[in-house]
Write a protein that binds this ligand. Structure first.
Ligand code: CMP
Length: 161
C-alpha cells in the first residue's frame, strides 16, 4: 500500500488505497497529514481539523494538466503526494514535491493562472476553494506569513535563472 509523501495518516492511506473519486471531501481525520505541510506548521490540531473540513482531495494521473496558464483561478492546492512540474509562460520549469503548495497567485491578485502545472507521476492534492482560502488567510495570519515567504523564495529563484 502506498503512503503519502507526508506520512501515513489513516485517511490518506484509505484515500490512496481506494483510488477515491475525482474529488472527495476531506475530514478531520486528515489533520495528522496536514500537520506535516510546512504551510500549516504553526497551526493547532483544532485548526487543522477545521481546514480539512473545508477541503477536498483530488487525484491526477501522470501528465494531467492540474492548472493551465491563462485560466481563471478558483482554488488553492497543496501537494499531498507525488510531484508536479510548474511551467511558467517565461522562465524555466520548476518541480514541486510533497508538502508544497501552488495556485495561490491567481487568488491573491485576481489575475489568470501564471503557469501550467502538470502532474509528474501520480498526484494527490488537497484543494481549497477561493472563498475558503480567503477566509483562512483572514483568520490565520501565520498562513499569510508562510505564503509571503514562499513567494519571496520563488521570486529569488526565478531571478537567479
Ligand atoms: P497561479 O498563478 O495561481 O497558478 C500557477 C501556479 O504555479 C502559481 O499560482 C504558483 O503557485 C506556481 N508558480 C508560478 N511560477 C512559479 C515559479 N517560478 N516557481 C514556483 N511556483 C510557481
Amino acid at each position: 500500500m502506498s503512503e503519502t509523501a507526508l506520512g501515513a495518516g489513516a485517511a490518506a492511506r484509505a484515500a490512496l488505497a481506494s483510488g477515491g473519486s475525482a474529488s472527495d471531501r476531506m475530514g478531520g481525520d486528515w489533520a495528522p497529514v496536514l500537520a506535516e505541510v510546512p504551510l500549516f506548521a504553526d497551526l493547532s490540531s483544532r485548526h487543522l481539523k477545521r481546514i480539512a473540513k473545508l477541503a477536498h482531495t483530488r487525484r491526477f494521473s501522470h501528465g494531467a494538466a492540474i492548472l493551465r496558464a491563462g485560466d481563471p483561478g478558483n482554488a488553492f492546492y497543496v501537494l499531498l503526494d507525488g510531484a508536479v512540474k510548474v511551467v511558467p509562460a517565461r522562465g524555466k520549469p520548476v518541480r514541486l514535491e510533497g508538502g508544497a503548495s501552488f495556485g495561490e497567485m491567481a487568488l491573491l491578485d485576481d489575475s489568470p493562472r501564471s503557469a501550467d502545472v502538470v502532474a509528474d507521476g501520480e498526484v494527490l492534492t488537497m484543494t481549497i476553494s477561493r472563498r475558503a482560502f480567503e477566509k483562512l488567510l483572514r483568520s490565520e495570519p501565520s498562513l499569510s506569513r508562510v505564503l509571503l515567504r514562499t513567494l519571496a523564495q520563488r521570486l529569488r529563484a526565478a531571478q537567479g535563472d
